[in-house]
Design a binder for this molecule. Structure first.
Ligand SMILES: CC(C)(COP(=O)(O)OP(=O)(O)OC[C@H]1O[C@@H](n2cnc3c(N)ncnc32)[C@H](O)[C@@H]1OP(=O)(O)O)[C@@H](O)C(=O)NCCC(=O)NCCS
Length: 307
């Protein structure tokens, strides 16, 4: 079946939101698990709005001859790489090569600019793992998605120092970007500025700095009916990551956010268990093209994507 590929416009937001909701939930239900999106159907339009606010037009759509929206994929070109965000095909169109076409559109853009493509994909979803793996993506890092039920009173852990931990302000954005480049090898100052500015009121950003005022890490969280996550962030070491986690957890009192934890951060993962977190999924960071071992700990997010 022939498919037109075209760029998203604001008139597509409702249909794309519905596609994300139906496609992702269909996969979870078919895998014997409860649906992942449980808010109202409009809630997943959040993906369209966030990408539009950061840098509009970064979503490619597949539309059938009869005008049906068959697939969508968000992406984000940055100076160091191209990131691939949530990819969805409508269940009526599964297995017809639509995701492969959308993916090729994005990898062609990256190839023109000689940039690697990075994404975070579920390690338990063989449909998406295979799609990316066959297109040249290599799994590089393992993450465990930890769901944490935060009491209304928050979590008090006197063993975790909050010295040097504070809310980020606009002047931190450049140093946060520098730190992320140093630790994770990616640059995206624009996104970091967007989180700190928080025009939509759904973001919160904490930084941790040493006694000399040098940043050791930062961590973002988001709360909206379409997404409740702790991340993205980076940290120089486990102690910093634990400090940042506790600070952001206490911004999300009474909620149940998910945090995509780097599996090698065993002390931080154990702290999360101690605070009551449970594993709910596994993810791989996958990279097509150049990749360097990170020099710190990375907490990715799905919206906007990092990893
Ligand atoms: C994952 C998803 C996007 C795939 O879409 P799709 O249009 O059905 O995928 P395609 O038809 O393009 O197939 C992808 C490729 O993976 C291959 N593939 C699928 N399962 C495979 C397996 N177990 N082993 C090897 N290859 C496999 C297919 O053969 C195809 O390769 P080919 O075209 O070279 O033969 C779709 O299932 C979906 O939207 N799922 C729900 C949401 C989701 O999981 N999104 C991804 C996470 S962000």
């Amino acid at each position: 079946m022939s498919m037109e590929l075209r760029t998203i416009t604001s008139e597509d937001f409702a249909a794309v939101g519905e596609l994300i909701y139906d496609s992702t939930n269909a996969w979870y239900v078919a895998s014997g698990r409860p649906p992942i999106f449980t808010g109202p159907k409009e809630s997943t339009q959040l993906f369209c709005r966030v990408y539009d606010q950061i840098d509009s037009g970064n979503c490619i759509l597949a539309v059938s001859e009869s005008g049906e929206l068959a697939g969508s994929c968000f992406y984000h070109p940055r100076s160091t790489h191209v990131s691939l965000g949530i990819m969805n095909v409508h269940p009526n169109f599964f297995g017809q090569g639509i995701a492969r076409k959308l993916l090729k559109h994005i990898t062609d853009l990256a190839d023109e600019q000689q940039l690697p493509v990075r994404l975070v994909s579920s390690a338990v979803n063989l449909d998406s793992f295979s799609l990316y793996n066959r297109a040249g993506f290599v799994p590089r890092m393992v993450f465990q998605d930890m769901l944490i039920d935060i009491p209304e009173t928050g979590i008090d852990d006197p063993s975790v120092s909050q010295a040097g931990v504070r809310e980020a302000t606009a002047v931190d954005a450049a140093n946060m970007a520098k730190l992320e480049l140093e630790l994770a090898g990616i640059e995206r100052e624009n996104d970091l500025r967007y989180f700190i500015n928080n025009d939509s009121g759904i973001w919160h950003v904490t930084v941790s700095e040493d006694a000399a005022g040098q940043l050791n890490g930062f961590l973002v969280s988001v709360y909206d009916p379409g997404s409740n996550m702790i991340g993205p962030g980076v940290a120089k070491d486990e102690e910093t990551l634990i400090q940042l986690l506790l600070a952001e957890i206490n911004q999300q009192r009474g909620r149940q956010p998910v945090c995509v934890m780097p599996a090698e951060a065993t002390q931080a993962v154990n702290k999360m268990y101690h605070w009551g977190a449970k594993n709910c999924e596994l993810h791989f960071a996958q990279v097509r093209g150049a990749w360097k071992e990170p020099r710190g700990l990375i907490v990715p997010s799905f919206m906007p994507e990092t990893g």
